[in-house]
Design a protein around this ligand. Sequence first.
Ligand code: SF4
Length: 124
Amino acid sequence: MQELPIVPAEQHIKKPDWLRVKLPIGESYKHVRGLVDKHKLHTICESGNCPNMGECWGEGTATFMILGNICTRSCQFCAVATGRPKPVEWDEPQRVAEAIFLMKVLRLVSCWALEKRKKKSSKL
Ligand code: SF4
């Protein structure tokens, strides 16, 4: 077995500030957190374990997922759960719209729709 070299502490290089994940704090973060919880919404921010959540939610930005939070694909690079999707929640568009209204979004860029392969015999 090869031994790893011992690096003296004074040779450690300080990580750049942009590499550090910001803690999810602040009123804006709490506001977005509250809306997501209250409206029972899914976000790729949470489902994808995005490290930018503290920063984005802290600035009032989130990316909603529609049609649930289970994807039928199992891409190795993605943290979204894989499996058989749950039935469509028909009131989801209303809940997303209410949350977007309450977030005072000026411009909606995108929503993330999960891949749901529809088999002939299955219902969404
Ligand atoms: S909005 Fe995009 S970058 Fe920001 S936390 Fe959500 S998934 Fe990550």
